[in-house]
Design a protein. Structure first.
Length: 365
């Protein structure tokens, strides 16, 4: 087994997305190594990495003689994963005062929060309170999820639009009880009351849907180049403009995407001229809703586009070829941008600088 594969399995185990077979393999490694004392602070990073790889590699065929509870395995797994993924470890390597100044400047860009703007049919708009986690329709008017009023005046509008800016996310409960979680830089438009024969919404950006079942009234999501039709199911749509394809990932039920059927565990990739049905990485597609980003062999430009939306910051590249670098790993959405970029810098391939309000991406020679 290659070291990269070992590292991937360990990280998946930590995130709770490893398969039963991978879980058994991890446990067998642990059983074989539980008597070993890891002197993580007394060795160099490379020594620690090599030692753990060697020990694990020697035990790949070992079978566990007994099971230990998770709390005894956790420290070992965490230590091993941290060392094996040293390229993605959140370790700061001092680079002098100028780099400290760069990181301090970058720290002004904070992680996203619960925020959105409600737009009415007459063109007026209301900033939705960050302390309120979402909006819903009650008795023909929009209120916060806790039932408190959005405005002192009754909202008279046949159509509502919830717009989430960069650096935000928000939940919307639709008139039929369906729930929608909007990612940063996303918008959903819907009527105050659905028609008798269908439930139709318009989406730009990304959203996670939990659709209430109604076999007599299909739920339709229109987005860039596609129309998704369901009766009641759970799915995620990513239709950001910077992406070549609109991606729909199905978790439960079934959906019709441009008259092609998806079943759970599948995703569709749609462009102006083509449609593909492929196996889905559900964890990667929906991680944003759970508080982290999971990048599964993603190009750097796609990763930084995600960070741009979440931290409300712009990136520019000194060399466009840098965009094609590929990375695998996970990022906590609530950590500082400084830590997130240090995460990427620690691969040794990149360097980030702050210039004229933007973050400049440079490829190390």
């Amino acid at each position: 087994m290659e070291p990269n594969n070992i590292a991937e399995i360990l990280l998946k185990y930590e995130l709770g997305i490893s398969s039963a077979e991978e879980n058994q393999l991890i446990e067998s490694w642990y059983e074989a190594q539980q008597a070993v004392e890891w002197e993580l602070d007394s060795a160099t990073k490379e020594d620690r990495k090599n030692a753990i790889l060697l020990q694990i590699q020697q035990q790949l065929d070992a079978k566990p003689s007994s099971r230990n509870p998770w709390y005894r395995r956790a420290a070992w797994i965490s230590a091993a994963a941290a060392v094996l993924l040293i390229a993605f470890a959140l370790l700061f390597i001092p680079r002098g005062q100028s780099h400290h100044d760069t990181l301090a400047a970058i720290d002004q860009f904070k992680p996203g929060q619960e925020k959105a703007i409600l737009k009415l049919e007459d063109g007026s708009s209301i900033a939705l309170k960050g302390g309120k986690s979402g909006v819903k329709i009650v008795n023909g008017t929009a209120v916060y999820l806790d039932g408190s009023p959005i405005s002192a005046m009754e909202l008279q509008s046949r159509k509502l639009t919830v717009e989430v800016p960069k650096g935000g996310q928000y939940q919307v409960n639709l008139p039929d009880g369906s729930k929608v979680w909007l990612n940063a830089a996303s918008t959903i438009s819907y009527p105050m009351q659905f028609a008798d024969d269908k439930r139709e919404v318009l989406l730009t950006g990304e959203a996670y849907f939990e659709v209430s079942k109604n076999p007599h009234k299909p739920f339709i999501v229109k987005s860039r180049n596609q129309e998704v039709k369901v009766l009641g199911t759970i799915f995620n749509i990513n239709s950001y403009d910077n992406r070549e394809f609109v991606e729909t990932t199905l978790l439960e039920g079934s959906v019709d995407v441009n008259q092609r059927l998806l079943v759970p565990g599948q995703r569709s990739l749609i462009s102006k001229t083509s449609i593909q049905i492929l196996p889905a990485n559900i964890e990667a597609a929906t991680a944003w809703k759970k508080g982290y980003f999971l990048f599964d062999n993603e190009r750097l430009d796609a990763i930084l586009a995600t960070l741009s939306r979440w931290y409300n910051v712009d990136f520019e590249y000194d060399d466009s070829a840098t965009k094609q670098l590929v990375f695998w790993g996970s990022i906590d959405k609530n950590q500082s941008l400084t830590k997130t970029l240090t995460f990427l810098e620690s691969t040794g391939q990149l360097n980030f600088n702050y210039r004229d309000g933007k973050i400049v991406v440079q490829k190390n020679k």
